[in-house]
Write a protein that binds this ligand. Structure first.
Ligand SMILES: [Zn+2]
Length: 290
């Protein structure tokens, strides 16, 4: 929990340091729409096993209460740990070169999830179009808003890592774990396809960073690795792309960006095929007495 507070304390500075011209960050960061809570889920029953095992939810469900009092986002840390162990670890062992797979850590994964939630508030929400119309990013980007906003939250979070390392919030020795865990996590999401908004947001990041040489495929081993000499600058470039697309609110430019980077290539498709036997979800069994 202290860690989350550490991030929140630096929210203004994260906004100021975004790798983009001042006009794309000329907005005060308002508090997060939903405060973040981390809990351990000890027991659930009923239909909990019927659907997807959730690792985070937003409460309350009642629309009226939401409107009046707001919401809070709850992370189920033990569910996240279980998903990490059963899904992300085996995926990383299969898609990453051994030296990179070793660096994939729960701590890095958890950091990325929290940073993603926090970074939704960075950049701009309210924009003015070239013809003077005042609108929101959501309205301007229409159906493409969700994948772009989800992608922005991912990559702006990763782009903030050097700042947070500088502040002592993220230990310096663990910075590289974040980049390899980021890549492994992309395969976890891309398994579900690019039709779903978050999948598309991830695919765009993945293809862009590969084009920049930050993610490297070795045809001999058929595995990927992160090029640590390139990843930091590439992530800053990509964060800038997303922030400018949102800030300009130019739907056609967003569509062109999506068309260029939003497709799955054959190599990646083949690698994803090899993940078929890895569980896509967990079914927790709770012990009711200790
Ligand atoms: Zn999100």
């Amino acid at each position: 929990m202290n860690k989350i507070k550490g991030y929140l304390d630096h929210l203004d500075e994260m906004q100021k340091q975004l790798p983009v011209e001042p006009k794309y960050k000329a907005q005060d960061v308002r508090g997060l729409d939903s405060p973040l809570n981390v809990v351990y889920e000890l027991f659930t029953a009923g239909d909990a096993k019927a659907g997807v095992q959730t690792s985070a939810f937003v409460l309350p469900n009642d629309e009226q209460v939401r409107e009046k009092k707001g919401t809070k986002k709850v992370f189920l840390k033990n569910m996240m740990e279980a998903k990490f162990a059963k899904s992300l670890v085996p995926i990383s062992q299969r898609v990453l070169e051994p030296a990179d797979a070793q660096k994939v850590s729960f701590d890095a994964y958890f950091t990325e999830v929290i940073l993603h939630e926090i970074c939704h508030v960075l950049g701009l929400n309210y924009i003015t179009l070239p013809d003077g119309t005042k609108t929101t990013v959501g309205k301007a980007l229409k159906d493409l808003n969700t994948p772009i906003e989800e992608g922005k939250a991912d990559v702006v979070g990763i782009a903030s890592v050097p700042l947070l390392v500088g502040k002592g919030i993220i230990p310096k020795g663990r910075e590289n774990e974040i980049y390899t865990t980021y890549l492994a996590g992309m395969f976890r999401v891309m398994r579900f396809g690019a039709t779903e908004a978050h999948g598309l947001g991830v695919l765009i990041q993945y293809n862009y960073l590969r084009e920049k040489g930050a993610f490297v495929f070795d045809p001999a081993s058929r595995k990927f690795r992160v090029d640590l000499t390139k990843i930091k600058a590439a992530v800053q470039d990509l964060a800038r792309q997303f922030l400018v697309l949102e800030g300009d609110g130019n739907y056609d430019a967003v569509k062109a960006f999506k068309d260029k980077y939003g497709a799955l290539d054959d190599i990646t498709k083949a690698v994803i095929e090899t993940l078929k036997d890895i569980p896509v979800d967990i079914a927790p069994i709770f012990r009711t007495s200790y």
